[in-house]
Design a protein around this ligand. Structure first.
Ligand code: PEP
Ligand code: MG
Length: 571
């Protein structure tokens, strides 16, 4: 029995027999017996067929998962038709008597290598898209059909080095019980597709292909990312039980899907979801979210070689606003810097990037970049209930400057007769101690607060949120953090504004009773945490918890806080 480990995409157990999907082996002949013009014609015809086949694929994906997943293949059509790529292939053909397949392979490999050398997961995703297109074009040129997992008849788990978006989109969930690959991570297109299609997946498993044969039996534990190869009967029994429990728990939670989020004693709360891209929306809605509490727009900026245009951003914000059908959509403006890099933006070298040039600081410095996003957000506000949220605020001045820019953009749009919501709400992330301590002041000039506890804990405890060595100090139970949270909620109440939380703490079952007692209005959590959070809230009483808040805030150490909170819920 062998165990391999990768990144689990869904928190579920799945098991079955291995079907190895071998990588297409491309046999290419370099020299052509045809004329250059004939080879160029072959290449253009292949491109045309590629477009037709991709269009069929797009329709299939739209049916199975949704518009946004289909846009991955739409992106492939655009890449295949990219003028720079087409010109380079034509040039290669004109300059020597090589075959179209050889020119395609050479040019696509060169572009792919360029992207993969950027040492960025999203850029290497682009490289794998280019390789996918290359293989498909060469198969078309050679008149061959690609090995497809669409035609599998027996239930199995597909194991391969990589799975291209075009292959993932062909998956029939009744037959394919899971996928496991050597490459890919949380943000790869395969991960996005498998998440949207709810196919259990473990990606990025080193040496996987050399560890399994066709017909091996494997267990995939999506929670830990473990793959157990040819387990004993005892282990199989153990995981079957876990899988049944997971299914039962999921079924039990289903009843909370269409319910209100309401405490045992009748206090109505708001339960929203966090998203990074529009393709997280279906899963959010399927789980009964009442809105989007945090749209991390930086992902829009990361998956590309240049800044997204106003039109591109507008389309994305509009798509999300429309999908939410009037429910609130809180969109955070660009929160880049710290650990979030852009390959095309020149960040200064800094000793402490988390304390450096980032988020609102960049936006207020490079207002030309900020205004593009603000225009897109305001234009999209005509199509739904969009609210603007500013990240990393430390002072009132940043709110004022941002609001001045928003007013400037509103004036421009009015002049151009472009519709937008004139009363759009502007709120802030409370994620720095300076903001949390001065929420009495900040609350006078903004419409809502959302507690960003991921950063608030980091800055309050002075512990880098990614530093394992001191991670025991990074805790929400630190009385300093607890008091800043309480101060923020209290000052929101005094200023009569809406207060939510979009950091991970919002889905911590031990913290939820405290947050309810404080009077937090909104919890924004990941899609899969929505139903468990709604269930827990329905079991708690605001009146009872309100009485306990001061006692909790008087506790003196993190351990005391944790032990107290642990006793407030039945497990
Ligand atoms: C936070 O800091 O709590 C937050 C929600 O933002 P991010 O995790 O994107 O920094
Ligand atoms: Mg943050």
């Amino acid at each position: 029995m062998l165990t391999a480990i990768g990144t689990g995409i869904l928190n579920v157990v799945s098991m079955g027999k291995v079907f190895r999907l071998e990588e297409a082996e491309l046999k290419l002949t370099k020299n052509s017996t045809l004329t250059t013009d004939e080879e160029i014609k072959r290449y253009h015809n292949a491109n045309k067929e590629f477009k037709v086949l991709s269009a069929q694929m797009i329709e299939e994906i739209k049916k199975k998962s949704g518009e946004h997943e289909a846009s991955i293949i739409e992106g492939h059509i655009l890449l295949a038709e990219d003028i720079e790529i087409v010109n380079t292939v034509e040039e290669a053909l004109k300059n020597s008597s090589i075959s179209a397949e050889w020119a395609v392979a050479e040019v696509f490999d060169n572009f792919a290598n360029m992207f993969s050398s950027m040492d960025d997961e999203l850029m290497s995703q682009r490289a794998s898209d280019l390789k996918d297109i290359k293989t498909r074009l060469i198969y078309i040129l050679q008149g061959k059909k690609m090995e497809s997992i669409k035609d599998l008849k027996e239930q199995c788990i597909v194991v391969s080095r990589d799975l291209t978006p075009s292959q993932t989109s062909g998956i029939n969930k009744d037959i394919i019980l899971g996928i496991a690959t050597e490459v890919g991570g949380k943000t790869s297109h395969t991960a996005i597709l498998s998440q949207a299609m709810e196919i259990p997946a473990i990606l990025g498993v080193s040496n996987l292909m050399s560890s399994v044969k066709n017909g091996d039996f494997i267990i995939m534990d999506g929670k830990t990312g473990e793959i157990i190869i040819n387990p004993s009967d005892d282990i199989i029994e153990k995981y079957k039980k876990i899988s049944e429990e997971q299914k039962d728990a999921k079924r039990l939670l289903e009843i909370y899907k269409d319910k209100e989020t309401i405490t045992k004693d009748g206090v109505k709360l708001h339960l929203f979801g966090n998203i990074g891209t529009p393709n997280h929306v279906p899963s959010l809605l399927k789980n009964g979210a009442e809105g989007v509490g945090l749209f991390r727009t930086e992902f829009l900026y990361m998956d590309r070689p240049n800044f997204p245009t106003e039109e591109e951003q507008f389309q994305v914000y509009k798509e999300v606003a429309e999908a939410l059908e009037g429910k609130p959509v809180i969109i955070r403006t660009l929160d880049i810097g710290g650990d979030k890099d852009l390959p095309y933006f020149d960040f200064p070298d800094e000793d402490n990037p988390f304390l450096g040039y980032r988020a609102i600081r960049i936006c207020l410095d490079k207002t030309e970049i900020f205004k593009v996003q603000l225009r897109a957000l305001l234009r999209a506000s005509a199509y739904g209930n969009i609210r603007i949220m500013l990240p990393m605020i430390v002072s009132l001045i940043e709110i004022r400057k941002s609001k001045e820019l928003i007013e400037e953009v509103k004036k421009e749009l009015s002049k151009e007769n472009i519709a937008f919501n004139k009363d759009i709400e502007v709120g802030i992330m409370v994620e720095t101690p300076a903001a949390a301590v001065s929420t009495d002041i900040l609350g006078k000039e903004c419409d809502f607060f959302s507690l960003g506890t991921n950063d608030l804990i980091q800055y309050t405890t002075a512990v880098d949120r990614g530093n394992d060595k001191i991670s025991h100090l990074y805790t929400e139970y630190n009385p300093g953090v607890m008091r800043l949270i309480a101060n923020t909620v209290n000052n929101a109440k005094k200023n009569n504004i809406f207060v939510g939380m979009c950091g991970e703490v919002a889905q911590n079952k031990y913290m939820i009773p405290f947050l309810i007692g404080l009077g937090l209005d909104e919890f924004s959590v990941s899609p899969t945490a929505i139903l468990p959070t709604r269930k827990l809230i329905s079991e708690l009483s605001y009146k009872e918890l309100k009485e306990k808040v001061q006692e909790i805030l008087n506790l003196e150490t993190s351990d005391e806080v944790f032990n107290y909170l642990k006793n407030l819920i039945s497990e």
